[in-house]
Design a protein around this ligand. Structure first.
Ligand code: HEC
Length: 163
């Protein structure tokens, strides 16, 4: 009797644990993968050797995802050509290279101006100084009034600049 109780108890525990694991896997899939064609294939194919989180830990273009898929096939991933095509389309759509928003030159800190617009430290601090003295910039022309600024560089990066 004691023994029967014990085994029933442990079977219940196993069932509860299995259910908990299933919930975790399901939760991860929905948290990590946006809805769309190919979600199911990615969830099924990409979580067998490592977790799904690693599979979608990178942001890259079609060529990059193609190379990753080939690499995984090399590691032994068994997917049909159809699945590979579907997964490639899904991954390139939902995990594209990250685009940073443009730099707002009226609020940016010196470090952002340097790194995002490849300005020299002296140029970045000249922008801050000019901004403090004259108020907000309203256009690229305004920005070009900053003493010592490299006009060609600013023109080159104008798509990355906002006011
Ligand atoms: C047959 C096993 C296997 C499968 C299935 C698999 N991978 Fe991998 N994956 C690996 C191994 C091995 C590594 C390298 C070691 C590591 O980082 O765990 C790796 C690493 C990665 C990395 C880290 C960066 C890199 O290139 O090393 C990414 C991203 C990745 N896999 C994506 C995916 C995607 C997307 C899928 C589903 C289409 C997938 N993996 C399916 C075995 C696999």
């Amino acid at each position: 009797m004691l023994i029967r109780n014990f085994s029933l108890h442990s079977m219940t525990r196993v069932a509860v644990m299995a259910a908990a694991l299933a919930v975790t896997a399901f939760g991860a899939e929905n948290e990590l993968l946006p809805d769309g064609d190919g979600k199911t294939e990615v969830a099924q194919n990409c979580a067998t050797c490592h977790d799904l989180g690693k599979a979608v830990s990178v942001r890259q273009d079609r060529a990059g995802w193609g190379a990753t898929l080939l690499k995984m096939v090399g590691f032994g991933m068994k997917s049909s050509d159809e699945e590979l095509r579907t997964m490639l389309a899904y991954l390139e759509t939902h995990f594209q290279p990250e685009e940073l928003p443009p730099v707002n030159v009226n609020t940016a800190r010196a470090i952002e101006l340097e790194s995002r617009l490849t300005l020299k430290r002296s140029e970045a601090s000249a922008i801050l100084k000019y901004r403090a003295a004259h108020g907000k910039f309203e256009s690229i022309d305004d920005l070009l009034k900053v003493p010592g600024i490299d006009a060609a560089k600013i023109q080159d990066k104008r798509d990355w600049i906002t006011f």
